[in-house]
Design a protein. Sequence first.
Length: 263
Amino acid sequence: MDRNRKTVAELLALKGQKQFTMLHVKSLDEAVAAEAAGIDMLSIIDPLWTPEMRAAAPSCFVHVGLLYGQLATFEDYLRAAHRAIQIGGDAVYCAASLDTVRRLRAEGIPVCGHTGLIPSKRTWTGGFRAVGKTSESALFVYRQVKELEAAGAFAAEIEVVPERVAAEISKRTSILLLSMGAGGGCDGQYLFAEDVLGQTEGHVPRHAKTYRNFRAEYARLQQERIAAFREFSSDVAAGRYPAPEHTVGITDDEFAAFRQQLG
């Protein structure tokens, strides 16, 4: 473990004292950039979690996302969680049942749960919309957090919940609440790198803040790529490529000897 990377115990000791930064990343380039920028936590889904990803961001606390729906039984989750930890993961994100969370915790595996808008379970809360805008639904979120706490989770992503509701809940739980569109009263702010970089196709969530326009830059680079390929093709057709500087020479004497031996 990298000496600069915090443990679960150290993170929990900072609850209420620090706003953590967290990004969902999908590539080595993004992981390297997060490390260089001093991002506290990363979320990386299981198929993308590799030793190379760990090496790219040695100081970042990594939540490895266990894919809900692709894993079914507890044994599936347990095997995937142990594999994630063995590679160097610090915790697992798990949207499975409380019983699964409880049993993973019993194995000593740090678990981050999910509350509020849970995309994989959105049918129960009305689709892609805020959760907790009525007193009844706000209490539902609070109870979910307390259930995760009782099951042994050390953290929970809290997604698209009114800021005041999330702040009140955060005061009443010992676990870390990582806000994705739930305001500044939680313990951390969590965004997708693709939203931060302006790469998102289609709808950009209201809670996302875009800091760069990578889509425009990628579009420009694609046009440059096409132009370069076209120029290469034209050079070949016109005999401009390869030029002498692109080839390997041989002395006249050696070439003459070579031809003589060919007969």
